[in-house]
Write a protein that binds this ligand. Structure first.
Ligand code: BV8
Ligand code: ZN
Length: 252
C-alpha cells in the first residue's frame, strides 16, 4: 500500500457525498475468483477466454462453453465476499449515494450487502434463452452430458446471462452507468486493467465531466493516465482503510 497514494486518495474522498465505483475482476481476486486473464488455469489453460466468452465460441461448441461457465459458476458459488466488498457495502451508509458499476459477473457486491449495483456485463449465475424468447433462469440445472439445457419456452439452448465479446451492453444499464459516473463527486476505480470497452471508457467520461478519479490496483493500468490519485494495493487490504473515514461520518 503506497501511503502517499492512500493519503491523497483519502483527502480527495473526504468531502464526497456522491461516490461512483467501477470494479473489475481484481475486486474479487481475494475472494478466490480468478481474474479474467488468469481464469485460465488447469484444463482451461489452453483456451482463450475472449474466444470462449463470445457468441462464436458458444456457437462453435455449446457444451464446451457451457462447461466453462459451469466451472466458473462453481468457483463463484463457493466464493465469499472479501474485506473490500464488505468495506464498500459498509461505506454506503455514509454517502448520499454510492453506486457500484461492476464488470464482474459474480454477484459478490450484492452478497456483501451493496444494493446500488449495475452489473454491466451481466451475472454468471443467471441463464437466458439463446434466442431471446424472454425465458430467464436464476439457476440452470446441469445436465449429465454437460450440454446446455434447452429453453422450456422455445426449445433453443440456454446461455449464460452475461455480455459476450462482440455483444452490445444493455443500453439502459450503460446509460445508467454513465450517469452515475458523470453525476458523482468522485469515481473510485478498483481492480480493473482498463482494457475492455465500453467499461474502460467510463473513467475518461468521469474526467471529462470534471469528476476526480482514484485508481486502486496493485499494478499499473490503462486508466492510470486519467487518475487524480493512484493507490498501489489490493481491494481487500486498502478499501477498509480508505473508506473507514467515510464510514465514521454519518450521512447528512
Ligand atoms: C462491445 C462477461 C460493441 C463475460 C466480459 C473486436 C471485435 C468485437 C469487439 C471488439 C473488438 N475489439 C475491441 C472490441 C470491443 C471489446 C473489447 O473491449 N475487447 C478487448 C479485449 C479489446 N468489447 C466488447 O466486445 C464489448 N461489446 O464493444 O459491443 C461492439 C460490438 C461488435 C463489434 C465491436 C463493438 C463487450 C465486452 C464485455 C465482454 N464480457 N465479461 C464473462 O465474464 O464470461 S469482459 C470480462 O473481461 C470482464 O467482465 C472484464 O470486463 C474483463 C476483464 O477485465 P478486468 O475486469 O479488468 O480483469 P483483468 O483480468 O483484465 O484485470 C484484473 C485487474 O485486477 C488487473 O489490473 C490486476 O492488477 C488487478 N488486481 C489483481 N488482484 C487484485 C487487483 N486489484 C485489486 N485487488 C486485488 N487483489
Ligand atoms: Zn426460448
Amino acid at each position: 500500500m503506497s501511503a502517499g497514494g492512500l493519503a491523497a486518495a483519502r483527502a480527495l474522498l473526504a468531502g464526497v457525498r456522491r461516490l461512483a465505483v467501477l470494479t473489475g475482476a481484481g475486486m474479487s481476486a481475494e475472494s478466490g475468483v480468478p481474474t479474467f486473464r488468469d481464469a485460465q488455469t488447469g484444463l482451461w489453460s489452453r483456451f482463450d477466454p475472449v474466444q470462449l466468452a463470445s457468441p462464436e465460441g458458444f456457437r462453435d461448441d455449446p457444451p464446451l462453453v457451457w462447461r466453462w461457465y459451469a466451472w466458473r459458476r462453481e468457483l463463484v458459488a463457493g466464493a465469499q465476499p472479501n474485506a473490500g466488498h464488505r468495506a464498500l457495502a459498509r461505506a454506503a451508509g455514509s454517502f448520499d449515494s454510492l453506486c457500484i458499476v461492476t464488470q464482474n459477473v459474480d454477484g459478490l457486491h450484492q452478497r456483501a450487502g451493496s444494493s446500488d449495483v449495475i452489473e454491466i456485463h451481466g451475472n454468471i449465475l443467471r441463464s437466458r434463452c439463446l434466442d431471446e424468447c424472454g425465458v430467464r433462469f436464476e439457476r440452470p440445472q446441469q445436465l449429465p452430458s454437460g450440454e446446455p439445457p434447452r429453453c422450456p419456452g422455445c426449445g433453443s439452448w440456454l446461455r449464460p446471462d452475461v455480455v459476450w465479446f462482440g455483444e452490445m451492453l444493455d443500453p439502459v444499464q450503460l446509460r445508467a452507468a454513465g450517469e452515475a459516473v458523470s453525476g458523482a463527486q468522485a469515481l473510485l476505480v478498483i481492480g480493473t486493467s482498463g482494457l475492455v470497452y465500453p467499461a474502460a471508457g467510463l473513467p475518461l467520461q468521469a474526467r471529462r465531466a470534471g469528476v476526480p478519479v482514484v485508481v486502486l490496483n496493485p499494478q499499473p493500468t490503462e486508466i492510470d493516465s486519467v487518475a487524480d490519485a493512484l493507490v498501489a494495493g489490493t481491494a481487500g487490504e486498502v478499501l477498509p482503510a480508505l473508506l473507514a473515514r467515510q464510514a465514521d461520518q454519518p450521512a447528512t
